[in-house]
Design a protein around this ligand. Structure first.
Ligand code: GAL
Length: 748
């Protein structure tokens, strides 16, 4: 639902596991079981739990709805002990009208029985899956009090007819839910750029509204001088839609209002490439699971938004695949705001059931994904196949038809992992794991599709389980992991027939026992579960333009005996600088430019291929010395990375993503603690632990005492949903005797 007449009801819920007698007070988002970091039994959260809360509604004129944005995995819902509705799926919203069950002006109890088991009749279940789905009411819950006639949904469909002059033909479709009088209603649209400009575009239309929940297709509205949305300039508009009874916009006849964010872009995806506003974009992306340590999916807005920021600003990606299900609305909103393209897909993993209910659920998932996310400019395609499932023309003809019927503006895609699959979608999307470190890096389009025609072709996964890499693995493995990502991105960048490549994956994630390293973690990320970078992340981040941040990431720990044979070479320096000067014991011994001597041919397609330093490049490196790598742009030093020859523990570096949190809701931020040496470099093999205590209205998510993993660790703090004090403190003690304190401001 998109009406503005809603309230967030995330606080003051009561929760228990089914067998327990006592309820505990909780705030949402909430995970039913806080899990250990690894080696846990994934059955532990596949349980039945109860959530309850009281609600009050005063105005008898209003219709009342509850909307659950995400509950894992199914639930039965009761109002004042009467059954009110049920839900299956977990990733898309469910709204339920409870008008008839409400006692106006009195206390009403709402109650959920949540089943977080892997029910075989619900995708992605029925076979095995390589991720966890967790449990609980893990996204927001809203209470809507709306008029008899209200705005249930709106698709702001459009066509960009003139890219240069920003001519856009807007054709809104509005879903009006009316239990009041049939008759004439006025829709008043006000469109304005989100940059607070005063300039507003206003248009109205009168609609003959029936007594039903029905879509109305409005007349085309021509717009001029629209600032189009793209990756570099993600221009957003806000459209306010007001619904009035009768033909005039009289305040006392106003029934409802909704505010949506829009971005207008010209999207063309064809065999030759993907074009946004006429400009070719090569997709360079990673897959993202929405999972976090300890609390699984139940992470509030700020953590969701931060993930999008990490992908765009830290890793320099232009695309994310929201594998393998619709992502949090907060994540998608942030993708809109920062210009990160999204491939969104329905839940599922390799398995397609023959069960009718299961198959219908797939169609439901397609529909509810599009109903929720139609207006996001960042979403460029709907994934309408179960990830890596076999051809099932009966089902996938339906999912494609449905997606195209609901949204003719976006191409469909469907992710497979085998050649010669039936192409029912608009884009052939393929998990191409062919690169195992050998010569072949990507298959050709023809080899995969078996088709002679130029179909749009996108690689949606590579690397992953072919080369799992822990952040604390041996340096050579970390380097090879980086190179594999680099080789595939390089090949994709050179290719005229690949729309691009989306690697597996951004962040390590918890999984079932039959996947990953046995400890319930798939170490497939270019970052770990705490979003702390592995070497592979520098391959991506160094592709950013220097204006977006200078990157100088030598893929080395600069130690004498970490690699085989006591070698440190070759050293790949991931950088967007144009040359690197190597300074040993204060003396410049070499300057490496980006030229044929420093180029690894397999990486030459990258805009900023790493500068490769071979042992033969100089006589240095064999007596053990301190080193500095200095990065230059246009002969000006812009970065330096120094390594000690004899690293010792010097400090704990502590960083916090945000210093100001919202106290009255569950807000969160991440703290990263690193043991560092005299050059502020991570000590990757140090062993030790930290313990964290908080003061004020915040809690630590997960255990308060944790071992460093590969020299560092992250944790999140969450606010308690109350604001009794405006500051809170995080006190970190360590087994090294170093203590740190952070202060956080809490605001309304
Ligand atoms: C793919 C799958 C992903 C993940 C990946 C690991 O086959 O689609 O979900 O399991 O393998 O590399």
């Amino acid at each position: 639902m998109i009406s503005n007449n809603k309230r967030l009801i995330n606080n003051n819920w009561w929760f228990k596991q089914k067998e327990d007698k006592e309820y505990n007070e909780v705030n949402l988002p909430h995970t039913n079981v806080e899990l250990p970091y690894n080696y846990f039994d994934e059955k532990s959260y596949q349980i039945i739990t109860n959530y309850k809360r009281d609600i009050y509604v005063e105005n008898k004129e209003k219709r009342v709805f509850i909307q659950f944005d995400g509950v894992m995995t199914s639930f039965n819902f009761y109002v004042n002990d009467k059954f009110a509705g049920e839900y299956k799926g977990g990733y898309t919203p469910k709204f339920i009208e409870i008008t008839k069950l409400i006692n106006y002006g009195e206390k009403n109890s709402i109650y959920l029985e949540v089943d977080s088991s892997e029910r075989e009749d619900i995708p992605p279940f029925g076979h095995v899956i390589d991720y966890l789905t967790y449990g609980g009411v893990y996204r927001d819950v809203y209470l809507y009090e709306v008029s008899q006639c209200f705005i249930e949904n709106a698709f702001y469909d459009y066509k960009v007819s003139d890219i240069k002059n920003g001519h856009v033909e807007l054709t809104p479709k509005v879903l009006i839910n009316n239990k009041g009088e049939a008759g004439e209603y006025l829709l008043n649209f006000t469109l304005k750029h989100k940059d607070n400009s005063e300039e507003k575009i206003n248009f109205t239309q009168v609609v003959e509204v029936e007594k039903a929940s029905k879509w109305y297709y409005l007349e085309e509205i021509p717009l001029e001088n629209i600032k189009l949305w793209d990756i570099e300039n993600p221009n957003l508009y806000e459209v306010k839609l007001e619904l009035f009874l009768g033909k005039e916009a009289k305040e006392n006849c106003k029934l409802d209002e909704s505010t949506e964010t829009l971005g207008f872009r010209h999207l063309k995806i064809e065999g030759k490439g993907l074009y946004i506003n006429g400009n070719k974009v090569k997709i360079r992306g990673l897959n993202r699971h929405q999972a976090f340590p300890y609390s699984g999916y139940a992470m509030p807005a700020r953590a969701q938004r931060k993930d999008a920021e990490i992908l765009k600003f830290e890793l320099g990606l232009n695309t994310v695949r929201s594998s393998h299900y619709p992502a949090s609305p907060y994540f998608l909103n942030r993708c809109d705001e920062i210009g990160l393209l999204v491939l969104e897909e329905i839940p599922g993993w390799q398995h397609v059931s023959s069960d009718e209910a299961w198959r219908n659920q797939v169609l439901d998932d397609v529909e509810s994904m599009i109903l929720r996310d139609f207006n996001h400019p960042s979403i460029i395609t709907w994934g309408v196949r179960i990830n890596e499932s076999g051809d099932d023309d009966e089902l996938y003809t339906k999912t494609n038809d449905l997606a195209r019927r609901l949204d003719a503006s976006r191409p469909t895609s469907g992710i497979r992992c085998y050649e010669n699959s039936h192409l029912l979608e608009d884009i052939y999307t393929m998990n191409d794991f062919i690169h195992d470190g050998g010569e072949q890096v990507l298959r050709t389009r023809k080899q995969v599709t078996g088709l002679d025609k130029e179909v749009p072709y996108l690689v949606t996964e590579f690397c992953g389980h072919i080369f799992p890499t822990k952040r604390f693995d041996n340096e050579e493995r970390l380097v090879e992991h980086a190179l594999r990502h680099g080789r595939v991105q390089s090949e994709s960048a050179k290719s005229q027939e690949h729309l691009g490549a989306i690697g597996w994956c951004a962040f390590d994630y918890n999984t079932h026992f039959d996947f990953g390293s046995g400890d319930r973690i798939c170490y497939h990320g270019v970052m770990d579960m705490f979003r702390i970078p592995k070497f592979a992340s520098y391959i991506y981040s160094s592709q950013k333009e220097p204006s977006q941040g200078v990157v100088l990431g030598p893929l080395t720990y600069w130690t004498r005996g970490e690699r085989n044979k006591g070698e440190v070479f070759p050293i790949y320096i991931c950088t967007n600088c144009d040359s690197v000067e190597v300074v040993l014991e204060g003396k410049t011994v070499w300057i490496f430019r980006r030229d044929e001597n420093t180029l690894d041919n397999k990486l030459s397609g990258l805009k900023y291929p790493p500068i490769k330093i071979e042992a033969s490049s100089g006589e240095w490196g064999y007596s053990w010395n301190e080193v500095e790598f200095k990065g230059f742009l246009d002969n000006k030093q812009v970065a330096v990375k120094k390594y000690s020859k004899n690293p010792v523990l010097k400090d704990l570096s502590v960083t916090i993503d945000d210093k100001c949190l919202k106290g009255e809701e569950v807000d969160t931020t991440r703290v990263v603690v690193k043991a560092v040496d005299q050059c502020e470099n991570l000590l990757p093999f140090i062993s030790g632990f930290i313990s964290v205590e908080t003061e004020g209205d915040i809690n630590v998510v997960g255990p308060k005492q944790v071992a460093l993993i590969g020299g560092c660790i992250g944790f999140w703090i969450k606010t308690k949903g109350k604001l009794s004090n405006k500051t809170a403190k995080i006190n970190i003690k360590s087994s090294f005797g170093i203590e740190k304190t952070l202060e956080v401001e809490l605001v309304k």
